[in-house]
Each structure stands twice: as structure tokens, then as C-alpha cells.
Design a protein around this ligand. Structure first.
Ligand code: ADP
Ligand code: MG
Length: 241
């Protein structure tokens, strides 16, 4: 798996939201996108997941430009999981039913066939005893972990996370970040938009600083956080750290 963004451009009306983003992500890498609200982090993740069409540029996934408008986005989206700030679980379905829904519909697999793999995922992320619970019977941190499991059940090659701890009570943030750490240990390729600077500093392989739709600085967290090259990075970090 190799992902390469090449000069990705995206405007909404007259507003240029992504202004020539180029980025390489290697297999097993965790890349954190940081930057002020409105800098384009969510739009970038949505473009990679083909939820937004590009105005220009390319997104190469293993040598294929997946942003090519003629392509059917559905099989590509299965290879790229995404988790949002709001968990978006179906309230009338149990946790396990939420997780099995897409694999049953898309891969046409039966519940019985899916059960071992899905059970292992609930187990792995500390939710073995919550599979039959409805979302409103779960804490926010548990619901977000179910949302991650739901994305993983599609066996993605790469996972995108958009501020997935921002809606959580502070005491529940850690359990969700722990899941991301575990996924990294499993070798999952991940791109995160995050405000969790301590997490990005400790766990990311690379940090990209977005500012007005451009990557103004990128590098290992030790460099970006402790010796930023750009004045705008320093200004951003001084506001959030
Ligand atoms: P971030 O995630 O870094 O806060 P976003 O990608 O959400 O940034 O937003 C970047 C800019 O694009 C903002 O100015 C936002 O208002 C604008 N924007 C995002 N989505 C839309 C949309 N669907 N229509 C119009 N403007 C949008
Ligand atoms: Mg956002």
C-alpha cells in the first residue's frame, strides 16, 4: 500500500480550501494533520475518501489515480476507512449489528461468517461484553471505539480519523487514543486530523501543519514541535500548547 497526493486542489465557491496539497504516506505510517480550525484538515480527509471531488490534482493509491472522476468510488472507499468526530452509529441497532451492517451488505457475508473476526475486534479493543448493547447504553468513548471497529470490519488498507476525540469528555479521550496506538502497533496506515498535540508528538511518525489549505511544514514530531521552521507553525503551536 502506498498513498500519494499530488497537488490536490479544492475550492468551495470562491474559497480555495486545499491549495496544492502533496503528501506521500507509506505503509504502516501514522501521519498527523494539525493546524487551525478551517485550515482544511477535514476537507483533505474527505477528498482522500472520495467524499469530495477534487478540482485538480491526483490521489494515487498503489499506482492508480483514485480521484479520476470516471472511476466507481465504491470499491475504493472500501479500502480507505474513515471515522468522524460524531460516531454516527445507528441508534436502533446493537453495537455488533452496526459493525456487521456494511460487510453484510457490501461483501454479502453472513453474520455467522463474520462473527469470529468481528468478535476478535470487540475483544481487541476492550468491548467484548458490549457487543449486544445499543449505542445509548454505551459511553462516548465506547461508541467511538465501536465506530472504529465498524470501519475496521471492512478490512481497510488505510484509516482516516477526523478529530475522533473532540466530542468526548476528557476522561474518555485516553481509551480512544489507546485504540489508535494499538492499530499502529498492528501496522495500520493512518492519517489523523487531531488537536491532541501530546498524542501527535508521542505517537505520530510524521506531522503535517496545514495553514490555509497548504502544508506549510512537515517532519518528525520531535522536529515540528520542538524546532519548527516556520513562523506560522510557531504561532499556531503557541496558541495550542
Ligand atoms: P478544518 O477541518 O481544518 O477545520 P475544514 O476542511 O473543515 O477545515 O474547512 C476548511 C474551509 O473550508 C473552511 O473555511 C470551511 O468553512 C470550508 N468548507 C468546508 N466544507 C465546506 C462546504 N461543504 N461548503 C463550503 N465551505 C466548506
Ligand atoms: Mg475539521
Amino acid at each position: 500500500m502506498k498513498l500519494r497526493l499530488d497537488n490536490v486542489q479544492k475550492s468551495f465557491g470562491a474559497t480555495r480550501v486545499l491549495d496544492g496539497i502533496s503528501l506521500d504516506v507509506a505503509k504502516g505510517e501514522m501521519v498527523c494533520l494539525i493546524g487551525a480550525s478551517g485550515s482544511g484538515k477535514s476537507t483533505l480527509l474527505r477528498c482522500i475518501n472520495l467524499l469530495e471531488p477534487l478540482d485538480d490534482g491526483a490521489i494515487w493509491l498503489d499506482g492508480e489515480d483514485i480521484a479520476e472522476p470516471a472511476l466507481d468510488p465504491q470499491p475504493i472507499r472500501q479500502r480507505i476507512g474513515i471515522v468522524f468526530q460524531s460516531f454516527n452509529l445507528f441508534p436502533h441497532m446493537t453495537a455488533v449489528e452496526n459493525v456487521m451492517l456494511a460487510p453484510r451488505r457490501v461483501r454479502k457475508e453472513t453474520r455467522e461468517a463474520l462473527r469470529p473476526e468481528v468478535t476478535a475486534l470487540f475483544d481487541r479493543f476492550g468491548l467484548a461484553d458490549r457487543m449486544g448493547h445499543y449505542p445509548d447504553q454505551l459511553s462516548g468513548g465506547q461508541q467511538q471505539r465501536v465506530a472504529i471497529i465498524r470501519a475496521l470490519a471492512m478490512r481497510p488498507e488505510i484509516m482516516l480519523f477526523d478529530e475522533i476525540t473532540s466530542a468526548l469528555d476528557p476522561e474518555l479521550v485516553g481509551e480512544v487514543l489507546q485504540v489508535l496506538k494499538a492499530l499502529k502497533e498492528d501496522g495500520m496506515t493512518m492519517i489523523l486530523a487531531t488537536h491532541e498535540m501530546a498524542f501527535a508528538r508521542d505517537v505520530a511518525d510524521r506531522v503535517c501543519v496545514l495553514d490555509h489549505g497548504r502544508i506549510i511544514e512537515e517532519g518528525p514530531p520531535a522536529q515540528v514541535f520542538t524546532a519548527p521552521r516556520e513562523a506560522r507553525t510557531r504561532a499556531f503551536l503557541s496558541r495550542v500548547l
